[in-house]
Design a binder for this molecule. Structure first.
Ligand code: AKB
Length: 316
């Protein structure tokens, strides 16, 4: 039995995915890899953990070889807001890194999970209930790297038979590790600041509505598509995926139900234009039909759960 490699293990999804994988696969090595040497305690304590630069193809090939990797969750990447400030870094990391991972996977016959994003869509895509095959002309370098990445995955599947599977994540709301450098970060941050300080200045307008998902559902989606029988995963670019859509104002109102003194103000910055170019809701019927996608959380149940989890952590 080979090992499972998770790149971006210190990140928002990686830090929780590693813990879940180690719980699911007690007899298999789950190798947590990140550029940063600072891994969250839950990941750090269990091991094996390694430092990896995904843009270094020789290093990636060596890691696959040394650890006998047969499955990789390739999560390392630069998100939309940081991408606009550092476009070259975003392209090199997101596309160079994916290319290196797909090459290593091809050589070793490993399976690959790679996250795409709603950022593949742009101002010309229909914004409501955006279909799987809507026009994809994004306005960010991050979105461009996700479109190119989807095509690269599709190419490696059809040309070399690499079993690569992908979903287009919406904004992810997490409690363990807060997101960094994204446009949808305000959602997780609003919960955190509501508990920690009772006050938050949101960087998008009150009426900004985006597709979102609670982290347990994001992890469930990764496992569901990876567990699905190969023949059911007929889309090898990436699947549309969602759980809920809400505006920043609706999110604040949901938090007020639990924390009546919470103060939220709205001061849009450059991330507003990015948010305005993305869908407000997503049609994920193909993910539901092909491999049984079905999220567990809506805005109300997510809010109850995350405020409990964050409250317990902050009180400790
Ligand atoms: C971002 O905001 O950049 C990401 C995404 C939607 O892909 N969370």
């Amino acid at each position: 039995m080979g090992s499972v490699l998770v790149t971006g293990a210190a990140g928002q999804i990686g830090s929780e995915l590693v813990v879940e994988l180690r719980r699911r696969l007690p007899d298999q090595a789950v190798v947590a890899a990140d550029l940063s040497t600072k891994l969250p305690p839950g990941v750090q304590e269990q091991g094996p953990n390694i430092t990896v630069d995904v843009t270094d193809g020789a290093q990636i090939a060596r890691v696959f070889e040394e650890h006998g990797v047969d499955t990789v969750y390739h999560l390392a990447g630069i998100l939309s807001a940081t991408g606009e400030q550092k476009p070259r870094l975003a392209w090199n990391t997101n596309i160079g890194g994916l290319y290196n991972v797909l090459e290593a996977a091809r050589t070793r016959g490993a399976r690959v999970f790679w996250p795409s994003s709603i950022s593949v869509f742009g101002p010309d895509s229909p914004r409501v209930n955006t279909p799987q095959n809507a026009v994809m002309i994004p306005s960010t370098i991050y979105g461009a790297s996700k479109v190119a990445g989807e095509l690269l995955c599709n190419y490696y599947y059809h040309r070399f038979g690499v079993d690569v599977r992908s979903v287009r994540y919406p904004g992810i709301v997490s409690s363990e590790t807060l997101p960094g450098g994204g446009t949808t970060d305000y959602a997780a941050r609003m919960y955190y600041e509501a508990i920690e300080r009772g006050q938050y200045t949101c960087f998008v307008r009150r009426d900004t509505t985006l597709p979102m998902m609670y982290i347990p559902d994001a992890i469930k989606a990764a496992f569901s598509i990876m567990d699905a029988e190969s023949g059911r995963v007929t889309i090898r670019t990436s699947y549309n995926l969602t759980a809920m859509s809400f505006s920043a104002g609706e999110l604040a109102e949901e938090i007020w139900k639990h924390i009546p003194n919470f103060e939220c103000t709205f001061e849009p910055d450059f991330r507003q234009a990015i948010a305005d170019s993305w869908p407000v809701s997503i049609d994920d019927s193909l993910a539901r039909a092909h491999w049984g996608w079905n999220p567990d959380y809506d805005l109300s149940s997510m809010t109850t759960d995350i405020l409990r989890v964050l409250g317990e952590r902050i009180r400790k």
